[in-house]
Design a protein around this ligand. Structure first.
Ligand code: GRF
Length: 223
């Protein structure tokens, strides 16, 4: 006996989908330590988020390996395979659409996204930046902070708009700059806060507690 019903076809297995779980896509170019922190948070009881796909523009990005190890789909989109940024971003949108994420997080994704991409995901696209924005946007934020001589540095999680690191701020955390700090030691201190703050911002989004009003993001109390 095969155990199959008459006609030999197995009944379609319906995957249980929990509508309360936020489907998350992460775009990452590098080592993926923020992705790792997010994946770890997703494993905690009651954390209402699941990483459904990780996309990278670098084939050997450790972030892709971390995704595979966690059982999330890992996709490499080679920039050389596309004629221009618009074509690349169209491919990104197609990949994301296939996975139906409710939120897309940039975690060290080293490409500037086109306005078309940003508009498609407006209000559902987050980034983490290693400074207290609006100070020190762009590359080498930690080095900029040291060179400027600030005594307090930090991290910002924000929604993405069409500028570079200019979107509405969701959460921030500060760290001290110590007299003998190097770029590496300051970056490590900030990174510790990044790993705490990014999952926290994602959880607030998943719980429907973030309301964008102009440049400000209101965080609603838990219902
Ligand atoms: C982090 O410092 C993040 O703030 C910045 O890029 C870095 C990515 O690090 N946007 P990782 O790949 O998450 O370890």
């Amino acid at each position: 006996m095969s155990g199959l019903p008459a006609g030999g076809r197995r009944p379609a297995v319906r995957r249980r989908v929990n509508p309360d779980i936020l489907r998350l896509a992460v775009l990452a170019s590098g080592r993926g330590s923020n992705l790792a922190a997010i994946l770890e948070a997703c494993g905690r009881p009651g954390f209402p988020v699941r990483v459904v796909v990780v996309v990278s523009d670098r084939e050997r990005a450790p972030a892709l390996e971390r995704a595979r190890q966690a059982g999330a789909e890992a996709v490499f989109h080679d920039p050389k395979a596309y004629g221009d940024r618009a074509a690349y971003d169209a491919a990104l949108v197609a990949t994301l659409d296939r996975h139906r994420p409710g939120l897309v997080c940039l975690a060290g994704f080293m490409r500037v996204l086109t306005p078309t991409f940003v508009r498609a995901w407006a209000g559902r696209l987050m980034n983490i930046h290693p400074s207290l924005l609006p100070a020190f946007p762009g590359l080498h934020a930690q080095r900029q902070a040291l060179e400027y001589g600030v005594r307090i540095a930090g991290v910002t999680v924000h929604f993405v708009d069409e500028g570079v690191d200019t979107g509405p701020i969701i959460v921030q955390a500060s760290v001290p700059v110590l007299p003998d700090d190097s770029e590496d030691s300051l970056s490590a201190r900030i990174l510790g806060e990044e790993h705490r703050l990014y999952p926290e911002a994602i959880r607030l989004f998943a719980e429907g507690r973030l309301v964008i009003t102009g440049r400000r993001v209101l965080v609603k109390e838990r219902a």
